[in-house]
Design a protein around this ligand. Structure first.
Ligand code: TYM
Length: 333
Protein backbone atom coordinates (compact mmCIF):
# COMPACT_ATOMS: atom_id res chain seq x y z
CA UNK A 1 0.00 0.00 0.00
CA UNK A 2 2.73 2.47 0.98
CA UNK A 3 5.64 0.97 -0.89
CA UNK A 4 8.16 3.35 -2.46
CA UNK A 5 6.17 6.42 -1.61
CA UNK A 6 7.72 9.53 -0.12
CA UNK A 7 6.72 10.20 3.47
CA UNK A 8 4.56 12.90 5.06
CA UNK A 9 4.48 13.20 8.86
CA UNK A 10 2.56 15.48 11.17
CA UNK A 11 1.27 15.44 14.73
CA UNK A 12 -1.27 17.04 17.01
CA UNK A 13 -1.06 17.17 20.81
CA UNK A 14 -4.02 15.69 22.71
CA UNK A 15 -3.69 18.52 25.21
CA UNK A 16 -7.07 20.16 24.80
CA UNK A 17 -10.17 20.13 22.64
CA UNK A 18 -8.97 20.94 19.11
CA UNK A 19 -9.73 24.32 17.56
CA UNK A 20 -10.52 25.51 14.06
CA UNK A 21 -6.88 26.73 14.08
CA UNK A 22 -5.73 23.11 14.34
CA UNK A 23 -8.27 22.17 11.67
CA UNK A 24 -7.57 24.90 9.11
CA UNK A 25 -3.83 25.20 9.81
CA UNK A 26 -3.12 21.48 9.84
CA UNK A 27 -5.63 18.59 9.83
CA UNK A 28 -7.77 19.79 6.92
CA UNK A 29 -4.64 19.82 4.74
CA UNK A 30 -3.51 16.31 5.73
CA UNK A 31 -5.93 14.68 3.28
CA UNK A 32 -4.33 16.30 0.28
CA UNK A 33 -1.20 14.15 0.66
CA UNK A 34 -2.80 10.75 1.17
CA UNK A 35 -2.74 9.54 -2.44
CA UNK A 36 0.74 10.60 -3.42
CA UNK A 37 2.62 10.07 -0.14
CA UNK A 38 2.81 7.55 2.66
CA UNK A 39 1.30 9.71 5.38
CA UNK A 40 1.83 9.19 9.09
CA UNK A 41 -0.36 11.25 11.39
CA UNK A 42 0.44 10.93 15.04
CA UNK A 43 -1.31 11.78 18.29
CA UNK A 44 1.70 13.18 20.13
CA UNK A 45 0.87 12.35 23.75
CA UNK A 46 4.55 12.44 24.83
CA UNK A 47 4.65 16.11 23.85
CA UNK A 48 1.47 16.78 25.81
CA UNK A 49 3.02 15.85 29.18
CA UNK A 50 5.50 18.75 28.98
CA UNK A 51 2.57 20.58 30.58
CA UNK A 52 0.87 18.85 33.54
CA UNK A 53 -2.09 16.76 32.34
CA UNK A 54 -4.89 15.02 34.16
CA UNK A 55 -4.31 11.30 33.29
CA UNK A 56 -7.98 10.44 32.67
CA UNK A 57 -8.37 13.53 30.48
CA UNK A 58 -5.19 12.74 28.54
CA UNK A 59 -6.41 9.19 27.88
CA UNK A 60 -9.80 10.46 26.69
CA UNK A 61 -8.27 13.14 24.47
CA UNK A 62 -5.97 10.57 22.88
CA UNK A 63 -9.00 8.61 21.64
CA UNK A 64 -10.73 11.85 20.67
CA UNK A 65 -7.80 13.18 18.65
CA UNK A 66 -7.53 9.90 16.75
CA UNK A 67 -11.31 9.93 16.13
CA UNK A 68 -11.08 13.54 14.95
CA UNK A 69 -8.36 12.65 12.45
CA UNK A 70 -10.74 10.12 10.96
CA UNK A 71 -13.80 12.36 11.24
CA UNK A 72 -11.87 14.98 9.25
CA UNK A 73 -11.55 12.44 6.45
CA UNK A 74 -8.31 10.54 7.14
CA UNK A 75 -8.88 6.93 6.15
CA UNK A 76 -6.81 4.51 8.30
CA UNK A 77 -6.48 2.25 5.26
CA UNK A 78 -4.70 5.02 3.35
CA UNK A 79 -2.80 6.70 6.21
CA UNK A 80 -0.83 5.44 9.18
CA UNK A 81 -2.71 6.86 12.17
CA UNK A 82 -1.06 6.17 15.50
CA UNK A 83 -0.21 7.26 19.04
CA UNK A 84 3.33 8.40 19.80
CA UNK A 85 3.80 6.41 23.02
CA UNK A 86 3.03 3.18 21.12
CA UNK A 87 6.31 3.63 19.25
CA UNK A 88 9.14 3.73 21.81
CA UNK A 89 11.65 4.76 19.14
CA UNK A 90 10.36 8.37 19.35
CA UNK A 91 11.70 8.71 22.88
CA UNK A 92 14.86 6.78 22.04
CA UNK A 93 15.73 8.91 19.02
CA UNK A 94 14.68 12.00 20.97
CA UNK A 95 17.38 11.25 23.53
CA UNK A 96 20.01 10.59 20.88
CA UNK A 97 19.18 13.84 19.07
CA UNK A 98 19.39 15.73 22.39
CA UNK A 99 23.10 14.96 22.22
CA UNK A 100 23.34 16.65 18.81
CA UNK A 101 21.34 19.75 19.71
CA UNK A 102 22.86 22.78 21.36
CA UNK A 103 21.61 24.39 24.54
CA UNK A 104 21.75 27.75 22.75
CA UNK A 105 19.56 26.49 19.90
CA UNK A 106 16.86 25.29 22.29
CA UNK A 107 17.08 28.51 24.30
CA UNK A 108 16.15 30.49 21.19
CA UNK A 109 12.85 28.66 20.60
CA UNK A 110 10.06 31.21 20.96
CA UNK A 111 7.50 28.57 21.98
CA UNK A 112 9.74 27.56 24.91
CA UNK A 113 9.90 31.18 26.02
CA UNK A 114 6.11 31.58 25.73
CA UNK A 115 5.28 28.31 27.44
CA UNK A 116 7.74 28.86 30.28
CA UNK A 117 6.19 32.26 30.90
CA UNK A 118 2.74 30.60 31.03
CA UNK A 119 3.87 27.66 33.21
CA UNK A 120 6.32 29.43 35.49
CA UNK A 121 5.85 26.80 38.23
CA UNK A 122 6.72 23.89 35.92
CA UNK A 123 9.56 24.81 33.55
CA UNK A 124 10.66 21.20 33.22
CA UNK A 125 13.47 19.77 31.08
CA UNK A 126 10.93 18.20 28.69
CA UNK A 127 9.50 21.61 27.87
CA UNK A 128 13.02 22.68 26.95
CA UNK A 129 13.95 19.62 24.85
CA UNK A 130 10.49 19.32 23.24
CA UNK A 131 11.84 20.45 19.82
CA UNK A 132 14.33 17.56 19.70
CA UNK A 133 11.51 15.09 20.36
CA UNK A 134 9.63 16.76 17.52
CA UNK A 135 12.72 16.42 15.31
CA UNK A 136 12.84 12.72 16.26
CA UNK A 137 9.16 12.29 15.31
CA UNK A 138 9.91 13.63 11.86
CA UNK A 139 13.35 12.15 11.16
CA UNK A 140 12.41 8.67 12.38
CA UNK A 141 10.30 8.08 9.26
CA UNK A 142 12.61 9.68 6.66
CA UNK A 143 9.94 12.33 6.21
CA UNK A 144 10.03 14.58 3.13
CA UNK A 145 7.11 16.85 3.97
CA UNK A 146 5.60 18.18 7.20
CA UNK A 147 2.25 20.00 6.98
CA UNK A 148 1.95 22.41 9.95
CA UNK A 149 0.75 25.85 10.96
CA UNK A 150 3.29 28.67 10.98
CA UNK A 151 3.81 28.44 14.76
CA UNK A 152 5.79 25.22 14.15
CA UNK A 153 8.13 26.72 11.55
CA UNK A 154 10.98 27.39 13.98
CA UNK A 155 10.80 23.82 15.33
CA UNK A 156 10.84 22.48 11.79
CA UNK A 157 13.90 24.53 10.91
CA UNK A 158 15.65 23.11 13.96
CA UNK A 159 14.73 19.58 12.81
CA UNK A 160 16.37 20.35 9.47
CA UNK A 161 19.49 21.70 11.19
CA UNK A 162 19.75 18.61 13.40
CA UNK A 163 19.33 16.30 10.37
CA UNK A 164 22.01 18.16 8.44
CA UNK A 165 24.37 18.16 11.40
CA UNK A 166 23.92 14.43 11.98
CA UNK A 167 24.33 13.67 8.25
CA UNK A 168 27.43 15.87 8.22
CA UNK A 169 29.06 13.80 10.96
CA UNK A 170 27.96 10.28 9.96
CA UNK A 171 27.06 10.49 6.28
CA UNK A 172 23.52 10.37 4.88
CA UNK A 173 21.23 9.05 7.59
CA UNK A 174 18.15 11.25 7.61
CA UNK A 175 16.08 12.85 4.87
CA UNK A 176 16.08 16.62 5.45
CA UNK A 177 12.35 17.52 5.66
CA UNK A 178 10.46 20.40 4.06
CA UNK A 179 7.51 22.14 5.67
CA UNK A 180 4.14 22.66 4.06
CA UNK A 181 2.56 25.76 5.58
CA UNK A 182 -0.86 26.59 4.11
CA UNK A 183 -0.77 30.05 2.48
CA UNK A 184 -4.08 31.44 3.76
CA UNK A 185 -4.65 29.68 7.10
CA UNK A 186 -1.17 29.28 8.58
CA UNK A 187 -2.15 31.26 11.66
CA UNK A 188 -5.76 31.55 12.74
CA UNK A 189 -6.01 34.25 15.38
CA UNK A 190 -7.81 34.41 18.72
CA UNK A 191 -11.33 35.85 18.45
CA UNK A 192 -10.72 37.88 21.62
CA UNK A 193 -7.23 39.18 20.81
CA UNK A 194 -6.77 39.06 17.04
CA UNK A 195 -3.02 39.71 17.20
CA UNK A 196 -2.54 36.46 19.17
CA UNK A 197 -2.71 32.86 17.87
CA UNK A 198 -5.91 30.91 18.55
CA UNK A 199 -4.73 28.28 21.03
CA UNK A 200 -6.50 25.19 22.36
CA UNK A 201 -5.25 25.96 25.87
CA UNK A 202 -6.62 29.51 25.97
CA UNK A 203 -8.49 30.12 29.23
CA UNK A 204 -10.97 32.45 27.56
CA UNK A 205 -13.54 30.19 25.86
CA UNK A 206 -14.76 33.11 23.73
CA UNK A 207 -11.33 33.36 22.11
CA UNK A 208 -11.44 29.88 20.55
CA UNK A 209 -13.83 28.00 18.30
CA UNK A 210 -13.46 24.29 18.87
CA UNK A 211 -14.12 21.70 16.18
CA UNK A 212 -16.64 20.04 18.49
CA UNK A 213 -18.42 23.19 19.68
CA UNK A 214 -22.22 23.06 19.22
CA UNK A 215 -23.68 25.18 16.44
CA UNK A 216 -25.14 27.85 18.73
CA UNK A 217 -21.82 28.26 20.57
CA UNK A 218 -19.96 28.66 17.26
CA UNK A 219 -22.39 31.35 16.07
CA UNK A 220 -22.32 33.12 19.46
CA UNK A 221 -18.49 33.15 19.59
CA UNK A 222 -18.20 34.65 16.12
CA UNK A 223 -20.85 37.27 16.99
CA UNK A 224 -18.70 38.34 19.96
CA UNK A 225 -15.43 38.32 18.02
CA UNK A 226 -13.35 41.43 18.62
CA UNK A 227 -13.10 43.65 15.53
CA UNK A 228 -12.23 47.31 14.96
CA UNK A 229 -14.41 50.36 15.28
CA UNK A 230 -14.87 50.69 11.51
CA UNK A 231 -17.61 49.10 9.43
CA UNK A 232 -16.00 47.80 6.23
CA UNK A 233 -15.37 44.15 5.45
CA UNK A 234 -11.89 44.46 3.97
CA UNK A 235 -8.24 43.84 4.71
CA UNK A 236 -5.94 46.62 5.88
CA UNK A 237 -4.07 48.37 8.65
CA UNK A 238 -5.69 47.82 12.06
CA UNK A 239 -8.18 45.31 10.62
CA UNK A 240 -6.65 42.16 12.20
CA UNK A 241 -9.98 40.97 13.61
CA UNK A 242 -11.88 41.32 10.32
CA UNK A 243 -9.00 39.88 8.32
CA UNK A 244 -8.94 36.83 10.58
CA UNK A 245 -12.69 36.32 10.14
CA UNK A 246 -12.23 36.72 6.37
CA UNK A 247 -9.54 34.00 6.34
CA UNK A 248 -11.79 31.66 8.32
CA UNK A 249 -14.79 32.37 6.09
CA UNK A 250 -12.63 31.95 2.98
CA UNK A 251 -11.27 28.60 4.18
CA UNK A 252 -14.72 27.20 4.94
CA UNK A 253 -16.48 28.62 1.87
CA UNK A 254 -13.70 28.28 -0.70
CA UNK A 255 -13.98 32.01 -1.56
CA UNK A 256 -11.02 34.32 -2.12
CA UNK A 257 -10.47 37.51 -0.08
CA UNK A 258 -11.52 39.61 -3.11
CA UNK A 259 -14.75 37.63 -3.51
CA UNK A 260 -15.51 38.10 0.19
CA UNK A 261 -14.92 41.87 0.00
CA UNK A 262 -17.34 42.06 -2.94
CA UNK A 263 -19.93 39.80 -1.33
CA UNK A 264 -20.10 41.92 1.84
CA UNK A 265 -19.61 45.38 0.32
CA UNK A 266 -22.00 47.82 2.03
CA UNK A 267 -22.98 45.30 4.73
CA UNK A 268 -22.18 45.64 8.45
CA UNK A 269 -20.04 43.56 10.80
CA UNK A 270 -23.12 41.92 12.35
CA UNK A 271 -24.22 40.33 9.06
CA UNK A 272 -20.70 39.27 8.22
CA UNK A 273 -20.06 37.67 11.62
CA UNK A 274 -23.31 35.72 11.36
CA UNK A 275 -22.34 34.46 7.91
CA UNK A 276 -18.92 33.34 9.21
CA UNK A 277 -20.54 31.54 12.16
CA UNK A 278 -23.13 29.76 10.04
CA UNK A 279 -20.64 28.74 7.35
CA UNK A 280 -18.23 27.40 9.94
CA UNK A 281 -20.98 25.51 11.80
CA UNK A 282 -22.29 24.03 8.52
CA UNK A 283 -18.82 22.85 7.53
CA UNK A 284 -18.13 21.27 10.91
CA UNK A 285 -21.51 19.52 11.28
CA UNK A 286 -20.54 16.39 9.26
CA UNK A 287 -17.18 16.18 11.08
CA UNK A 288 -18.99 16.28 14.42
CA UNK A 289 -21.52 13.63 13.37
CA UNK A 290 -18.76 11.28 12.23
CA UNK A 291 -16.78 11.97 15.42
CA UNK A 292 -19.79 11.00 17.58
CA UNK A 293 -20.21 7.79 15.60
CA UNK A 294 -16.53 6.84 15.92
CA UNK A 295 -16.31 7.61 19.64
CA UNK A 296 -19.03 5.01 20.30
CA UNK A 297 -16.71 2.30 19.01
CA UNK A 298 -13.61 2.26 21.23
CA UNK A 299 -12.70 -1.24 20.06
CA UNK A 300 -12.45 0.00 16.49
CA UNK A 301 -10.34 2.99 17.54
CA UNK A 302 -8.02 0.60 19.37
CA UNK A 303 -7.70 -1.58 16.25
CA UNK A 304 -6.72 1.53 14.28
CA UNK A 305 -4.16 2.46 16.96
CA UNK A 306 -2.73 -1.05 16.95
CA UNK A 307 -2.39 -1.28 13.17
CA UNK A 308 -0.91 2.21 13.00
CA UNK A 309 1.58 1.36 15.76
CA UNK A 310 2.64 -1.83 13.92
CA UNK A 311 3.30 0.08 10.69
CA UNK A 312 5.08 2.94 12.46
CA UNK A 313 7.19 0.61 14.63
CA UNK A 314 8.34 -1.26 11.55
CA UNK A 315 9.41 1.92 9.74
CA UNK A 316 11.00 3.39 12.87
CA UNK A 317 13.01 0.21 13.51
CA UNK A 318 14.72 0.58 10.14
CA UNK A 319 15.90 4.10 10.87
CA UNK A 320 16.91 3.17 14.41
CA UNK A 321 19.16 0.28 13.28
CA UNK A 322 20.92 2.67 10.95
CA UNK A 323 21.30 5.34 13.64
CA UNK A 324 22.56 2.92 16.31
CA UNK A 325 25.10 1.45 13.90
CA UNK A 326 26.38 4.85 12.83
CA UNK A 327 26.89 6.22 16.33
CA UNK A 328 28.60 3.07 17.58
CA UNK A 329 25.96 1.30 19.67
CA UNK A 330 26.41 -2.47 19.78
CA UNK A 331 23.36 -4.30 18.47
CA UNK A 332 22.54 -7.84 19.57
CA UNK A 333 20.19 -10.05 17.59
P1 TYM B 1 -0.30 21.55 18.20
O1 TYM B 1 -0.92 20.37 18.85
O2 TYM B 1 -0.14 22.80 19.01
O3 TYM B 1 -1.10 21.95 16.90
C1 TYM B 1 -1.39 20.99 15.90
C2 TYM B 1 -1.28 21.65 14.53
O4 TYM B 1 -2.18 22.75 14.44
C3 TYM B 1 -1.46 23.91 14.00
N1 TYM B 1 -2.07 25.09 14.66
C4 TYM B 1 -2.52 26.16 14.00
N2 TYM B 1 -2.56 26.47 12.69
C5 TYM B 1 -3.11 27.65 12.35
N3 TYM B 1 -3.62 28.52 13.25
C6 TYM B 1 -3.61 28.26 14.58
N4 TYM B 1 -4.12 29.11 15.45
C7 TYM B 1 -3.03 27.03 15.00
N5 TYM B 1 -2.86 26.44 16.22
C8 TYM B 1 -2.27 25.26 15.98
C9 TYM B 1 -0.03 23.69 14.48
O5 TYM B 1 0.88 24.46 13.74
C10 TYM B 1 0.13 22.20 14.25
O6 TYM B 1 0.44 21.95 12.89
N6 TYM B 1 4.59 20.52 18.21
C11 TYM B 1 3.35 20.30 17.51
C12 TYM B 1 2.98 18.85 17.38
C13 TYM B 1 4.04 17.98 16.82
C14 TYM B 1 4.41 17.88 15.45
C15 TYM B 1 5.46 16.90 15.41
C16 TYM B 1 3.96 18.50 14.28
C17 TYM B 1 4.84 17.13 17.53
N7 TYM B 1 5.68 16.46 16.67
C18 TYM B 1 6.07 16.56 14.22
C19 TYM B 1 4.58 18.14 13.08
C20 TYM B 1 5.61 17.18 13.04
C21 TYM B 1 2.25 21.02 18.26
O7 TYM B 1 2.36 21.33 19.42
O8 TYM B 1 1.11 21.15 17.54
Amino acid sequence: MFKDKKVVFSGVQPSGSLTIGNYLGAIKNFNAFSEEYHCLYCVVNEHAITVRQNPAELRKRTYETLALYMACGLDPEKNTLFVQSHVPAHAELGWILDCYTMFGELSRMTQFKDKSAKNADNINAGLFTYPTLMAADILLYQTEMVPVGVDQKQHLELARDIAERFNGIYGDTFVVPEGYIPPATAKIMSLAEPTKKMSKSDENENAVVRILDPRDAIIRKFKRAVTDSGNEIRRGEGKDGIENLMSIYGAFSGKTMEEIETEFAGMGYGDFKLAVGETCADALAPVQAEFDRLMKDKAYLETVMKNGADQANYMASRTMSKVRRKIGFVEIK
